[in-house]
Design a protein around this ligand. Structure first.
Ligand code: CJB
Length: 798
């Protein structure tokens, strides 16, 4: 090996080169870690030229750029994704094999970058990948959290949180950009100079940029994900150090770094914390400055901004970007306020991801003016202008001493979108009913999607191989081509291969649970999987109640021919969400009792896997038979896990909620196990006095399952451990667990019967795959490009 340029031709030589010259390791002594970093560098080298060429092409075309602002990018591991998208999988595997290393172990050595909580953050990651695949010039902007979402383990069934430390290892995919630093102000007051308001902040923080290239399939275009880290303006106070106060000398740096230290672990709930608002302003303001710097480097006239810039707010977390842009245009660039407002609104769009009232962000005006005094004044002016334009409006951005970020984002957006047809419809009739009346064209729908590169090609190689052998490779960039599988579903030979791929994936999962968790699963069982954040509206407790009832029924009638079932759960609860944590503990307690029961444990197993993350999802989804999507109708905005399961040939048992509605429409009602109240019926049911009591009285199975929990069958050492859950279920039961139980039980027994006919089941599963093409994030992104951003692909194949 010569110290020459790193070889570009063969990946094998490139790995050896980087091992020697980048890592400084002799192959004879290299650890898995060294090999993985060497491979990552070799792969990264193959992205960079494309990346630079994409940036050049964008500049040449003077094209409109899309800026996706998101507090969360749940990107997971990147090595395999990049290898797959560069079409290097076969060559890389051969090279790694030739070194006598385990390819999968090498890929799994990479830390899982959990810079997000759940669906919202994962959607942002899928969208970045699709933008690159389509060749839409785009930048993602987020925060480079030192600690991503906490690591979850269980102690006696209870969730225990530990800090996540992905950045302890070198993050090969990032490029530090010291030149793109911005100094951002906080606090202080607004002075008047020559009749004009001037914000005089009290303190300053710098934003430092780290760029991660995102390469699309099949390696023709790369965009940038720019993540901001907090840095002190003056990192070190030498005079304090010299005076002997060593800790204080580094205080400014510690404070600044706090901003990008941790991801807030709330999901679908907001905790009004000052640091959270600081994070939101920090990354929004840095991003707006970066956008303006780029624009002004290429164009002179700020009035051109809307033709060159489309900003997407992923939920309200970056909503302060609107007032910040307006502030800079008006206060710093001198545009009249109304013109600055029009330009801002022509650039900005907002995606709403939830209707749950507890998740709609608002900030006390006191905190707001403390941290962002000039922005509060600007919001007052926006609100006043809105009140003048719509004297009959019912509410503004400021209400009872609070700043409501949803209203603000709506007012400052050209388009506002929901994430499934049902959710968008409900936005128009509930949270944004008044706004929709005033602006009937502003709300549009863009049903979510998932990237098929990660969620089929990468995570399910067996099924992908079968698909490629059957219909070629066109589906990878055009997922609707999966329809071409449809005629093969009737072919027994093909169906057998399809079923064999699923069986092999299940066998892999069994090996893994045995190796990692010491749990032997029955490979022939129905793998019934519910993996997502733990939340009352997602109703993991409905699932475990059904498991209890099933266990009781099996004990009553052991000879009834019950099919074998493995119920798999995974998911984290927000650390402060007491009831969600109780649900986790209950599932673990029930699992301990049920799994130890010799009368039933050949037929029913319950497994709660700790530390759910992207990697675990990639492992579980290809091995699933049944997808649990059982939220209370009207509460799950879309769901995206539901799409991943269908795409991997796992039929859904679910309610008419979020994108389940559209999945059922597309895969066919006969290939979907529907149960439960509709959103409308759910609203009506809540008005029925004692609806839970009535449902319990009408269903002895439900009554008995609840009674088992209440009497301490699963917590004999502490019988009233689950008093809160029981009180909730038998009392208000806002999420209608009891009302939906009987129908859920019925649908589950329908699953039992359907699964007994293995060919019938395989056909159903294959039809889920063949009809899921529409749920690609490529389709979703094309929708945004056309209906919201007015953006074009620069790849010349659109
Ligand atoms: N969502 O993950 C989150 N976090 C929130 O704070 C609010 C919503 C989820 O966003 C996904 C992407 O749009 C949706 O599929 C999901 O239904 C929603 O809960």
């Amino acid at each position: 090996m010569a110290r020459d340029d790193p070889p570009k031709s063969g990946i094998r030589d490139a790995i050896l080169w980087h091992l020697t010259y980048t890592l400084g390791k002799d192959p004879d002594h290299a650890q898995l870690f060294d090999w993985r970093l060497a491979l990552s560098h070799a792969v990264r080298d193959r992205i960079v030229d494309r990346w630079m060429e994409s940036a050049r092409a964008t500049r040449r075309a003077g094209a409109r750029r899309v800026y996706y602002l998101s507090m969360e990018f749940l990107i997971g591991r990147l090595l395999q994704d990049n290898i797959v998208n560069l079409q290097l999988a076969d060559e890389t595997q051969a090279a790694v094999d030739s070194f006598g290393l385990d390819y999968r172990a090498l890929l799994l050595d990479e830390p899982d970058a959990a810079l997000g909580n759940g669906g919202l953050g994962r959607l942002a990651a899928c969208f970045m990948e699709s933008l690159a695949t389509i060749g839409c010039p785009a930048h993602g902007y987020g925060i480079r959290y030192e600690h991503g979402l906490f690591r979850q383990s269980f102690a006696a069934g209870r969730q225990v949180e530990a800090p996540e430390d992905w950045l302890v290892q070198p993050f090969v995919w990032q490029f530090e950009r010291p030149e793109a630093r911005f100094t951002l102000g906080f606090g202080g007051h607004v002075a008047t100079h020559q009749g004009k308001p001037v914000w005089e902040p009290e303190s300053f923080v710098q934003s430092e940029a780290f760029d991660v290239p995102v390469i699309g399939w099949p390696g023709n275009w790369a965009n940038t994900l720019r993540l901001w880290a907090g840095r002190a303006v003056d990192p070190f106070d030498l005079s304090r150090f010299n005076a002997g106060d060593f800790t204080a000398a580094a205080e400014a740096e510690a404070l600044a770094r706090t901003i990008s230290r941790v991801l807030y672990p709330q999901d679908s709930t907001e905790k009004g914390k000052r640091l959270r608002l600081t994070q939101e302003y920090f990354f929004s303001a840095a991003s707006i400055r970066d956008i303006l710097r780029r624009f002004e480097g290429e164009h002179g006239d700020l009035r051109l901004l809307p033709r060159k810039v489309a900003i997407q707010l992923n939920d309200t977390h970056p909503a302060i970007a609107g007032p910040e842009l307006l502030r800079i245009l008006h206060d710093e660039r001198g545009l009249p306020f109304d013109e600055a407002l029009d330009i801002t609104r022509a650039c900005v769009n907002y995606t709403n991801h939830t209707l749950l009232p507890e998740a709609l962000e608002s900030w006390g005006e006191g905190l707001f003016s403390d941290l962002l005094p000039r922005h509060l004044q600007i919001i007052e002016r926006i609100d006043a202008a809105d009140a003048r334009a719509h004297p009959d409006r019912r509410g503004g951005a400021r209400d009872q001493g609070r700043v409501r970020m949803g209203e603000l984002a709506f007012m400052l957006s050209n388009r506002v979108n929901g994430v499934s047809a049902l959710h968008t419809g409900l936005m128009k009739t509930t949270v944004f009913a008044d706004r929709h009346r005033l602006h009937p064209d502003r709300i549009v729908n863009q049903t979510n999607g998932v990237t098929p590169r990660r969620w089929l090609l990468g995570c399910n190689p067996r099924l992908s191989r079968l698909i490629c052998e059957t219909i070629g490779r066109g589906w990878i960039a055009d997922l609707e081509q999966l329809q071409r599988l449809e005629p093969h579903v009737a072919d027994d030979g093909w169906l057998g291969r399809f079923a064999a791929a699923k069986a092999a994936n299940k066998a892999d999962l069994c090996d893994w649970t045995l190796r990692e968790h010491g749990v032997a699963l029955a490979p022939d069982a129905i793998f019934d999987v519910q993996i997502k954040r733990i939340h009352e509206y997602k109703r993991q407790h409905l699932n475990i109640l059904e498991a209890i009832a099933l266990w009781q029924a099996m004990r009553d009638d052991p000879g009834a021919g019950w099919p074998t079932r493995v119920k798999i759960f995974a998911g984290k609860a927000a650390p402060g969400y007491v009831l969600a944590k109780q649900i986790i503990r209950l599932i673990n307690d029930v699992a301990a009792v049920v799994n130890a029961d010799p009368a039933t444990n050949e037929r029913l197993q319950i497994l709660y896997l700790p530390n759910y993350n992207v990697t675990l999802a990639e492992r579980l989804i290809p091995a699933a038979d049944l997808s649990e999507q059982i939220s209370t109708a009207g509460k799950e905005a879309s769901g995206t896990g539901n799409m991943k399961f269908a795409l991997n040939g796992a039929p859904t048992i679910g309610t008419l909620d979020g994108a389940n509605v559209e999945i059922r429409e597309r895969v066919g009602a006969e290939n979907f196990f529907l149960f439960g109240l509709t959103a409308e019926e759910a609203e009506a049911r809540r008005l029925v006095p004692d609806h839970a009591g009535r449902a319990i009285a009408a269903d002895p199975r439900l009554a008995r399952a609840i009674e088992a929990i209440r009497s301490g069958s699963f917590s004999p050492d502490e019988p009233d451990r689950y008093g809160d859950i029981v009180a909730n279920l038998t009392g208000a039961d806002y999420f209608l667990v009891c009302s939906d139980f009987a129908d859920y039980w019925r649908a589950q027994r329908q699953v039992d019967r359907a699964y007994a006919d293995r060919d019938g089941w395989a056909r159903m599963a294959a039809r889920n795959l063949a009809r899921s093409g529409w749920f690609s994030s490529d389709r979703a992104i094309r929708g945004y490009m056309q209906d919201i951003w007015g953006a074009q692909s620069l790849l010349g194949r659109e």
